[in-house]
Write a protein that binds this ligand. Structure first.
Ligand SMILES: [Zn+2]
Length: 195
């Protein structure tokens, strides 16, 4: 294995509206400019495998493959065609907090195969608790970028995501809500209301 074949795990994290997806797409685009082959993935909350897009809040988007959220090393290498992952040098995963407990093992497998793996996801859920596989990914990472957003109350750097319904903080409910009426605001530690 030459020096270019040594794998690496990079994690981009922080609250909502911190620019995690923008940073992921920036790294993907830079890798493409460097003539690396890149594949971009995101979790589905059903079990389909399809093509879709990763969209950042700034409107930039790139096509991606959608993986079942409960992906594990065995199912990944079954679902994703061999020629795709074998020839790909950089594998980027958005919304990694939605992947299941086997996802870090998949990242480790890919890194051992010499891949550069880049993962972006929320470190904390709306209650301010570590989110899904992110704590393990952060522990295994070779490199971490922790971004902040801007607190909507005071303007200081925000590290947390407040879930709101009718303008009021929601402190209970599932981690994943799809198509709900609630919204989210970035908050600093002082202005984040926790259960
Ligand atoms: Zn604040």
């Amino acid at each position: 294995m030459g020096p270019d074949m040594v794998g690496k795990l990079e994690v981009i994290t922080g609250p909502m509206f911190a620019g995690k997806t923008e940073e992921l797409l920036r790294r993907v685009e830079r890798a493409r400019i460097a003539k690396k082959s890149v594949a971009l993935f995101k979790p589905a909350l059903d079990t389909r495998y399809a093509s879709d897009r990763v969209v950042a809040h700034n409107g930039r988007s790139l096509p991606c493959h959608v993986l079942p959220a409960d992906i594990n090393p065995a199912s990944f290498f079954q679902i994703v065609p061999g020629p795709l992952w074998e020839s790909t040098e950089v594998l980027a995963f958005d919304e990694a907090h939605f992947f299941g407990p086997e996802f870090p093992a998949l990242c480790e497998d890919l890194v051992k195969k010499g891949k550069r793996v880049i993962v972006a996801g929320l470190d904390l859920n709306f209650r301010g608790e570590p989110f899904g596989p992110m704590p393990i990914l952060l522990a295994l990472a070779d490199e971490i970028l922790k971004l902040t957003a801007v607190c909507t109350v005071c303007g200081n750097p925000a590290t947390r995501s407040q879930r709101l319904l009718d303008g009021k903080p929601v402190l209970e409910g599932p981690e994943v809500l799809i198509g709900g009426l609630e919204s989210y605001e970035p908050r600093c530690r002082q202005h984040f209301i926790s259960p």
